[in-house]
Design a protein. Sequence first.
Length: 123
Amino acid sequence: MHEIRKPPGNAAHCAHEGKSAHEAHSENRELEDDFWKYTHTDENSDRVGEFAIGTNIDLKEVIGQILQDEKYPGVHIAFGNPYGAHTGAEWDSSTHIDVVGRKFNIWVDDEQIMRDGKFLVEA
């Protein structure tokens, strides 16, 4: 199992095992229920269709425009349609939902590259 976890006290937690989400939590139960239902619309709605680390350090806040917000320093993950024509994925889904997280701690090959949403490496 791989986990993407915000620091303690924050509102959301998402975990995935293999290629699909199996756990999602929010302090907002209605949001959690809606997310869970949407990501279980079809057999691939809970599969990870996109995963990226946002690198635009000039962005200071998430503004509600996903095409900008997914570049915010942190984690961008989408469940559902992987847009196979662009990514080469050989599966499809009728759904697609983007999730952007902030204040993450990220490690690559046992080296921490981000702490609390701030990059530790220099360009």
